[in-house]
Design a protein around this ligand. Structure first.
Ligand code: FPP
Length: 251
């Protein structure tokens, strides 16, 4: 670990608050909920809430990277979100595409490796191209791995994994948990250790349901546009207070 003199601003703050930088969650996943309610409360359109959500995400990525988190995965659009009004769906698609293009230079400068998860082939072509370009440009970066889950569903991911396993010719008796895991969208990512959800619902919402089986949940009542470094540090502090048992007995 770096000496105190080489810690960055956020790491110093974390240490002051009692966070052990040696025991950070390696993979943090976020359900960014509450954009719509946040906007409605201000009398604004829902899409403006998503726009503010984009700003909060920019900050969260920077913070997670500064703190030393290795993987950050965010739920940008679920496979179920197509059920929203057409205007909101197309607005979100455009916003994610704009963000992917606008942020690429900064992410690349910050050594971020961009990645995606979900049925990407069903997305509008412009968005697919932007995501593809982001992944190609940052493929050799060695900093935080930032995964955008877009058109992502946990059950759909398991279905897609099982289809691949069957197509690869595995016999039923040879199929193990490890084999299913190896056919998920991002088999080389560690499982999430900490899942953050904003806006107070105590739900998992079909996010990383296979790989998140043992992750620790942390929920704040604050809506996603209000998420900031204090929330991230609070979540990590709480995570470090938990005893992870993975089904075993821990004294
Ligand atoms: C849930 O809030 C949020 C979403 C469905 C979209 C998340 C999108 C962003 C944060 C926008 C930026 C994303 C990127 C990748 C640039 P909600 O609309 O369900 O809120 P509500 O429950 O209050 O209605």
């Amino acid at each position: 670990m770096a000496s105190p003199a080489t810690l960055n601003r956020l790491q110093k703050k974390a240490v002051e608050q009692g966070i052990d930088l040696e025991r950070l969650p390696s993979h943090v996943a976020i359900i960014m909920d509450g954009n719509g309610r946040w906007a409605k409360k201000k009398g604004w359109q829902r899409l403006l809430g998503h726009r503010e959500g984009y700003k909060a995400l920019r900050g969260a990525l920077l913070d997670a990277s500064e703190l030393g988190i290795k993987y950050l995965t965010v739920y940008a659009f679920s496979a179920e979100n197509w059920r929203r009004p057409e205007e909101e769906v197309s607005g979100l698609m455009k916003l994610i595409e704009t963000a992917a293009r606008e942020e690429l230079r900064t992410m690349h400068q910050n050594n971020v490796r961009v990645n995606v998860s979900g049925r990407i082939e069903e997305l509008p072509k412009g968005l697919q191209d932007a995501l593809e370009h982001g992944m190609e440009t940052t493929a050799n970066n060695t900093g935080i791995v930032f995964t955008l889950a877009v058109n992502y569903g946990g059950r759909a991911e398991i279905v897609d994994a099982v289809r691949d396993v069957v197509a690869a010719g595995f016999e039923p008796e040879d199929i193990t948990e490890e084999i299913i895991s190896a056919h998920l969208y991002n088999p080389h990512h560690p499982e999430p250790d900490l899942m953050i959800r904003t806006a107070g619902e105590m739900r998992w919402s079909n996010f990383l349901i296979w790989q998140g089986a043992y992750c620790e949940l942390w929920v704040t009542k604050d809506p996603w546009p209000e998420f900031g470094s204090t929330h991230l540090l609070d979540a990590v502090k709480e995570y470090q207070r938990r005893t992870r048992k993975f089904g075993a007995v821990v004294d």
